[in-house]
Write a protein that binds this ligand. Structure first.
Ligand SMILES: Nc1ncnc2c1ncn2[C@@H]1O[C@H](COP(=O)(O)OP(=O)(O)O)[C@@H](O)[C@H]1O
Ligand SMILES: [Mg+2]
Length: 356
């Protein structure tokens, strides 16, 4: 008994110690360590940038209240999940949000049982809401739902449409079965433009009071993100917490992508038909540990903005890259493929196929 008490007392001591230590350790620190993605996830629709036309439609829905069943489709990191949450919050308000919104995402099982039980039960529940408002079921990453589960959803959607509306987010809308597509208004998001990402990135830097960055560093973040805000914010945080300064060198180091300046040099060699120099540089990059896919991915993106050759040559290069990319993706990822690619690019520049 005594021992028991002692143990309890020790345990209590420990938890007390821990709890008293936590605020000291955490407090501000945990706020700083929080992923910026979550810390700066917009909570009101006006903070979401880009896709202006689509967002205007959502704002109208938020204002008038009669939300149709929605499918929002688009590439990753363009604000689909965020917009649906903001819309639900604006429609229902904080007080009702907890009771009147059911969210299921890819981490929840969403097989046919869940549709039959959980979703249906929620749809049947009575929740008192202001006039003209509906309960909302959010199905994030809905393109991962099995088609049987989607089939089961059809009827539920119709039966409870008086009280419950669905909001689906997906990457590819064609993976949602036709009958559901025809019951929903489909909104399409596109990749965010560099301008929009830049705006948000700068806002975050300002809010975090970070001054140690260079314009080139931010450009590098935009280049790597390629229209994906999640990627941009993540790379920025990773670079800042790793190096304390956001320069282009650091960004490419953290994100493990070949530096576009080096890739440009290879393109210069292809332009000058200097295949030896090109291959040497390429081998240098591969030796640094970049995979062939990293290489060709960056090569393509740098080529898009490479204006030292005429348009026709550029398009020929991009076509050659596409073929080689497909082969590499099929599993033929040897440097030999890239050597072949460089040779082809040199050929396209000269247009003298017999010479090689
Ligand atoms: N249009 C946007 N405006 C502002 N922040 C955005 C936008 N899109 C994405 N983000 C940021 O990226 C993160 C991921 O966005 P999310 O909505 O989850 O993307 P997805 O389209 O993949 O669902 C959010 O935490 C948010 O900080
Ligand atoms: Mg999402």
């Amino acid at each position: 008994m005594q021992a028991d008490d002692d143990q309890k007392a020790n345990g209590a001591d420990k938890t007390e110690e821990e709890t008293s230590a936590m605020p000291r350790l955490s407090g501000k620190k945990i706020m700083m360590d929080m992923p910026w993605l979550e810390k700066y996830r917009p909570t009101v629709m006006k903070d979401i940038v880009g896709n202006d036309e689509t967002l205007t439609r959502l704002r109208v829905i938020a204002k008038h209240g009669n939300m149709p069943n929605l499918i929002i489709s688009g590439p990753p990191g363009c604000g689909k999940t965020t917009s649906i949450h903001c819309l639900a919050l604006e429609l229902l308000g904080k007080a009702n949000y907890k009771n009147a919104v059911l969210e299921l995402n890819a981490s929840d099982s969403r097989g046919i049982d869940v549709v039959r039980n959980k979703i249906k039960l929620f749809a049947q529940q009575k929740v008192t809401l202001p006039r003209g408002r509906h309960k909302i079921i959010i199905l994030d990453e809905a393109d991962n739902m099995t088609s049987a589960a989607q089939q089961a959803l059809r009827r539920t959607m119709e039966l409870y449409s008086a009280t419950t509306r669905f909001a689906l987010a997906c990457n590819i809308s064609s993976k949602i079965i036709e009958p559901i597509q025809s019951r929903c208004a489909i909104l399409r998001y596109t990749k965010l433009s560099q301008k929009h990402i830049m705006k948000r990135v700068q806002e975050i830097l300002q809010l975090e009071s970070i001054a140690s960055f260079t314009p080139k560093g931010l450009e590098a973040i935009l280049f790597i993100a390629d229209g994906d805000m999640r990627n941009a914010i993540n790379s920025m945080q990773a670079t800042y917490s790793g190096f304390g300064c956001i320069t282009d060198e650091n960004v490419y180091k953290v994100c493990d992508v070949p530096h576009p300046v080096q890739i440009r040099k290879i393109l210069d060699d292809a332009k000058n038909c200097d295949i030896r120099a090109g291959i040497m540089k390429m081998n240098g990059l591969l030796k640094m540990g970049f995979s062939t896919l990293d290489f060709i991915g960056t090569l393509f993106r740098v080529t898009k903005t490479y204006n030292d050759v005429d348009e026709k040559t550029k398009l020929d290069w991009i076509r050659d890259m596409a073929f080689i990319h497909a082969r590499i993706a099929d599993g033929l990822d040897s440097p030999l493929q890239l050597n072949g690619l460089l040779a082809k690019m040199c050929l396209s520049t000269k247009g003298k196929k017999n010479k090689f």
